[in-house]
Design a protein around this ligand. Structure first.
Ligand code: NAD
Length: 460
């Protein structure tokens, strides 16, 4: 097989199985628990198997209830994981079992996961946007104070005095050297009103600041978090016109039309001479030469990133990328990753995927079987999928079809009041349809009910 993914298990013997309903509403599709080839035996413990790479926050993993899930670390020598959870581990295709239905990265970036390949073989990859937003926002608020009061200079001075045994004697006399200003009543311009920017705007307003903001791609979710009195502007220039502080909360995007060096001498030259620039987004957003000129003229720079030109400048305070470094942010990212995996596995809904379309689903009635189908986004496949249900004389009570790039995702609820559906034939027919990558009985016995079409071969 040309396929480079390590598919270790395959069931060959045909088994007869019909769907039966339990009072819980789950469908008994225990048809994959036996008949696996004995060499690569797949055990069905009746629970979903979650494989983790890296140390994942236990608080996050608590989101997987033990009566439904078994969570095992990477050393787990098995081949029937249903989902993978990881942080920075560079995931190899050979580590992805044939049974894997979803992969979640606890964090924002997914460049350690072979996303394009996963799209080709129909596996959604999830991330956790905004899970660290509170941690970063709190440090931005700290940055506002670092830029307003001579806190760092004061701390260093106290160490110096302490080392000389002079602290008590000099402290009251010397404090005049470290005067500052308050943030209440000052204007903060927030550039980028996403997860971090919107909550920074809200909390800075609560501290008595006037807020201006600029974000040409403002989402409804973020807009709802904004303070009522925010003044929304149509450019960086107009947002910073009256600013005492500027907080950068936009992504770094390389190349033409990107954000490399977006804060250069042209922008910095429009600021009040003693303004404070807070950069807890990315170092590359700020042009170092421009910043040096700004600092030389009395401006201040508080940043979470290194800068070879201004690190020693008396008006700069640089932190070692501490924004997301809190226990709570790690817990929140792991919890969000676990929740998105659970939602996908248990209901078929998709949110926060980097390669699959967002799909929100109505709840299922007890009298339907829910089946999901992943297919290549090419003409004609959808018609063939619905035809397969028609051939089995099944009534589709609701159907959702979403697509993104090369992949399409369908969720179909089928009426099953008779209590008996030949799932084997149905699923095989669906899965082996040209252009279909996989199918899944979503409401089934945990851990089973997944079938794949890999280059014309049927894997369950
Ligand atoms: N310091 C840290 O440790 C740390 C941690 C997490 C994130 N970050 C940085 O913070 C950034 C923001 O994070 P987030 O979670 O709020 O992201 P987000 O995607 O929720 O929000 C980014 C917002 O910026 C807007 N935007 C994009 N380009 C813009 C432009 N040119 N001008 C104005 N607005 C623009 C987008 O429309 C979006 O609303 C990230 O991209 C990342 O670089 C830093």
């Amino acid at each position: 097989m040309a396929n480079t993914v390590s598919f270790a298990v395959r069931r060959t013997a045909p088994l007869v199985h019909n769907a039966r309903f339990f009072s819980s509403g789950a469908v008994d599709i225990d048809h994959y628990a036996s008949g696996w080839n004995s060499k690569d035996m797949v055990t069905s413990s009746g629970k979903y198997q979650i494989k983790t790479f890296n140390k994942i926050s236990p608080k996050g993993l608590e989101k997987f209830p033990s009566e439904l899930y078994e969570v095992k670390a990477e050393e787990w020598d098995s081949n029937n994981a249903h989902a993978i959870l990881l942080r920075s581990h560079k995931l190899q295709e050979s580590e992805i079992d044939v049974s894997v239905r979803a992969i979640a990265r606890c964090g924002a970036g997914t460049n350690n996961v072979p996303v394009a390949r996963m799209t080709e073989i129909g596996i959604p990859v999830f991330n956790t946007p905004g899970a660290n937003a509170n941690a970063v926002k709190e440090l931005v608020l700290c940055g506002l104070l670092l830029g307003s009061r001579k806190i760092v200079d004061g701390v260093n001075h106290m160490k110096d005095l302490g080392s000389k045994g002079l602290a008590k004697e000099r402290v009251e006399k010397d404090k005049a050297m470290f005067g500052g200003q308050e943030i209440r009543g000052k204007t903060l311009a927030v550039i980028g009103l996403g997860h971090i920017g919107a909550s920074t705007a809200r909390d800075a307003a609560a501290l008595g600041m006037d807020i201006t903001g600029y974000d040409p791609g403002l989402s409804i979710e973020s807009a709802l978090k904004l303070p009522r009195d925010i003044q929304l502007c149509d450019s960086i220039s107009s947002a910073i016109a009256s600013a005492d502080y500027v907080s950068l909360n936009i992504p770094y995007i390389k190349g033409e039309g990107g954000t490399h060096g977006i804060i250069g001498s042209d922008v910095l030259g429009q600021l009040k001479p003693n303004a404070v620039v807070l950069n807890f987004a990315r170092g590359e957003l700020v042009d170092s030469e421009g910043m040096k000129g700004f600092l030389d003229n009395g401006g201040k720079y508080i940043s979470d990133f290194p800068d070879d030109l201004v690190w020693e400048h008396e008006n700069a305070i640089l932190l070692p990328h501490l924004g997301a470094s809190t226990e709570e942010a790690e817990d929140a990212a792991a919890a969000m990753a676990a929740e998105t995996i659970r939602e996908y596995i248990e209901t078929g809904a998709i949110r926060n995927s980097v390669n699959f379309p967002n799909t929100s689903l109505p709840s299922r009635s007890e009298t339907v079987v829910r089946i999901s189908v992943v297919n290549k986004n090419i003409p004609g496949v959808l018609a063939k999928i619905t035809e397969t249900f028609a051939k089995e004389n099944l009534n589709i009570t609701q159907q959702i079809n979403q697509s993104r790039g090369d992949v399409a995702y369908n969720v179909l609820d089928i009426e099953a009041t008779s209590g008996s559906i030949d799932l084997k034939e149905l699923q095989k027919g669906l899965t082996m349809t040209d252009g279909v990558l996989s199918s899944r009985v979503v409401f089934g016995t945990p851990g089973v009910g997944y079938a794949r079409n890999i280059e014309g071969e049927y894997w369950v």
